[in-house]
Design a protein around this ligand. Structure first.
Ligand SMILES: [Zn+2]
Length: 257
């Protein structure tokens, strides 16, 4: 493989795939180049050289080269910055981190750098290493990811009559309209669930809440269910598919509370 000049960056491992007998193809989200896929020659065989390096959500420092932006990179060297041992020691935290990573992967086009997405992953993984996984943390991550990727749902006012959200009112969220409507504008179908102003307000608050304050937010069951229905319904609509790791995470949370 002839390659261009070597480049250095930090990144989060999004996924890895065995290639042939000894190589791995790694996709990572890098700070300087966005999402990149690269081949790590001999990585499958040389466990010592690459110990833990290519596990999902590890933060790594890597040197790579590539002929052009749309060719597979050649990973020349790779070192662990943070393996997040405190996350990996806990099943719920591991599944939460895996969900963050799957979402970041799904929302990032190849080769488009977005420093804010890198910082979002770094902030939430650091947070998860210190604090317990919570509904609020998961929803606020989704909210911020949507905002950063240009898909922020319109939650401040009714998308039809523009009336701002008011306490005590109920709303309907329509993914195809990208936001909420008030009860007067809504034409709910039989199975459409309303959401409270409280759920909408909490999500708006979480969009830019200080990470330290996040641990004080404890969602009631109904608030958690409403915020989940807004964001997960919207994410599935935008991506055109359900996010697999969320289902696993929720099953585990249900059976091992
Ligand atoms: Zn309205």
């Amino acid at each position: 493989m002839s390659a261009g000049k070597s480049q250095k960056t930090a990144g989060f491992v999004l996924k890895s795939l065995a290639y042939g007998e000894s190589d791995l193809i790694i996709t990572f989200y890098s700070r300087d180049f966005g999402k990149i896929s690269g081949i790590a020659k001999g990585a499958k065989r040389s466990r010592k050289r690459f110990a833990n390096v290519f596990e999902p959500f590890s933060q790594i420092a890597l040197i790579f080269s590539r002929k052009s932006r749309d060719t597979l990179a050649l990973i020349e060297s790779c070192e662990i910055i943070d393996h997040y041992a405190a996350i990996r020691a806990d099943l719920e935290k591991t599944l939460t981190a895996s969900y963050f990573i799957e979402l970041a992967d799904a929302f990032s086009p190849e080769g488009k750098a977005n420093d804010r997405l890198f910082v979002l992953l770094a902030d939430f993984l650091d947070w998860l290493a210190r604090e317990n996984a919570s509904d609020a943390a998961i929803r606020f991550f989704e909210m911020r990811l949507l905002q950063i990727s240009g898909f922020e749902p319109a939650l401040g006012a009714c998308v039809r009559c523009r009336k701002p959200v008011a306490n005590g009112e109920v709303y309907y969220f329509y993914p195809q309209e990208g936001g909420i409507t008030c009860a007067a504008c809504a034409r709910p179908e039989r199975y459409d669930q309303s959401v409270s102003a409280g759920a909408v307000r909490t999500l708006l608050l979480g969009k830019d809440m200080d990470m330290e304050k996040m641990k004080r937010i404890c969602m009631t069951d109904s608030l958690a269910a409403e915020s989940r229905s807004i964001l997960c319904g919207f994410i599935a609509y935008v991506l055109g598919k359900e996010v697999k790791s969320l289902k696993v995470l929720e099953q585990v949370r249900r059976y091992c509370p």
